[in-house]
Design a protein around this ligand. Structure first.
Ligand code: UD1
Length: 419
């Protein structure tokens, strides 16, 4: 099994290009099913999760080329020939659930296994199912499979109990070909939802309001859809991860392909911790000259502090000056990284949704294991700043969401090898 071997203690310096956003690309790829015409997505990162989604599309009879070296994927779902989603791939990735909305829109039915994915506590799909039911979908659950069908979706008025990113996107995609207007209230406001709206509207959908509390989808018919080409937004979590890494190691790095507004919550917290930022041409420069100061933070839906940056920030707070209180409000159990950081000398206590991190002067290298994507990259961050050698196992989790992480870090001077 591949692992990262990191020799810590080198300040990061140079420039790095942020890849396209995984969390924008996954629903976008799924949504191509709606469209019988060619779709082109540019800026697609080479990631395991993207490969899985492409595998799922191919197993449905959809033609997919790419991503090529330039990050272009071409999809033609004119050849879609089944409503049964591949079970093995579905269990590998939670985002397989995104196929439900588009398959219902195009085929009127779907059979899909309960999806798998990162081990970050219970991640139910009840909001997705309730939303689809409100559009006239009949759902049965049988021996680990969901069977959903409709005689024709009709627009509905949906109020989400929590602004779930995935449920907002799934309902949006399902509503594209429904009859009449769908309203999604208490919708999630993440930038990836705006990007999905832009992609869908590019293919002829009529959606307004993404990025706000209420999204309105005017249903269109299959004949209204047309070919589309779209450039995906930069990955704000990858960007935030590099910012936190520089905050940990010290040094100065300019990030290219970044939308500063999308990383504002992270930048704000890092500034409070003593990190400096400067806007550069087509980028953002981050500079850290001293040990970070401890800061408290709470994860929230966008535009709050992202839960996908919480483990990396916990790793950073492990070496901060002072004590930090972290509150996780989005997921029930997302502190898996604390136990691994403790193996490196971190002083972290967790109880329920709260973690108390008492900063230590230095972490020391150890063999640690990634249990999910963001905890994994948080351990890489810890390894970059620890004394001695850190071995991070479970690298496949990290490769699900970070493109060329080790080579990008080597480009910034880090001593990290994939072995
Ligand atoms: C998406 C992101 C993920 C990120 C998360 C929160 C993608 C591909 N993944 O995941 O990286 O960590 O947003 O920003 O975009 N919930 C329910 N029932 C549901 C759906 C969600 O109870 O039907 C709960 C979840 O358990 C969780 C909360 O709602 O506690 C938020 O989840 P959600 O926003 O749906 O996350 P994902 O879309 O799975």
């Amino acid at each position: 099994m591949p692992r990262y071997v990191i020799k810590g203690g080198v300040p990061l310096r140079g420039t790095v290009r942020v890849s396209g956003a995984k969390n924008a690309v996954l629903p976008m790829l799924a949504s191509t099913i709606l469209n019988p015409h060619p779709c082109e997505i540019r800026g697609v990162p080479q990631l395991r999760d993207v490969e899985v989604m492409i595998g799922l599309l191919r197993a449905l009879g959809v033609k997919v080329d790419g991503p090529d070296a330039g990050g272009v994927v071409r999809v033609n779902a004119g050849s879609l020939d089944t409503h049964e989603v591949d079970e093995r791939l579905t269990r590998e990735m939670r985002s397989s659930i995104f196929l439900m909305g588009p398959l219902l829109g195009r085929m009127g039915r779907v059979k899909i296994a309960y999806p798998g994915g990162c081990a970050i506590g219970p991640r139910p799909i009840d909001f997705h199912l309730k939303g689809l039911e409100a559009l006239g979908v009949n759902i049965k659950e049988q021996s680990g499979f969901i069977h959903a069908s409709t005689r024709g979706m009709v627009g509905g008025d949906i109020h989400l109990d929590f602004p779930s990113v995935g449920a907002t996107e799934n309902i949006m995609m399902a509503a594209v070909l429904a009859k009449g207007t769908t309203v999604i209230r208490n919708a999630a406001k993440e930038p990836e939802i705006i990007d999905l709206q832009n992609f869908l509207n590019g293919m002829g959908a009529r959606i307004k309001g993404a990025g706000m509390d209420t999204i309105r989808v005017e249903g269109v018919s299959l004949e209204d859809l047309k070919p589309v080409s779209h450039m995906v937004i930069p990955d704000r979590i990858e960007a935030g991860t590099f910012l936190a890494m520089v905050a940990a190691t010290g040094g100065e790095v300019t990030l290219h392909n970044i939308i500063p507004e999308h990383v504002e919550a992270v930048v704000h917290k890092l500034r409070e911790a003593g990190v400096q930022f400067q806007h550069a041409d087509d980028g953002l420069t981050v500079r850290a000259t001293r040990r970070p100061t401890a800061v408290d933070f709470k994860t929230l839906p966008y535009p709050g502090f992202p839960t996908d940056m919480q483990p990396q920030m916990m790793a950073l707070m492990s070496i901060a000056d002072g004590t930090s209180i972290i509150t996780e409000t989005v997921f029930e159990s997302r502190f898996a990284v604390a136990a691994e950081l403790r193996r490196m000398g971190g002083q972290i206590k967790t109880e329920g949704r709260t973690a108390v991190v008492k900063g230590v002067e230095r972490l020391s290298g150890a063999t640690v294991t990634a249990s999910d994507l963001r905890s994994g990259v948080a351990l890489v961050l810890a390894g970059l700043v620890a004394t001695g050698c850190t071995v991070v196992e479970g690298v496949h989790h990290i490769q699900r969401g970070y493109e060329l992480l080790d080579s990008k870090l080597r480009g910034l001077g880090a001593r990290i090898e994939l072995e």
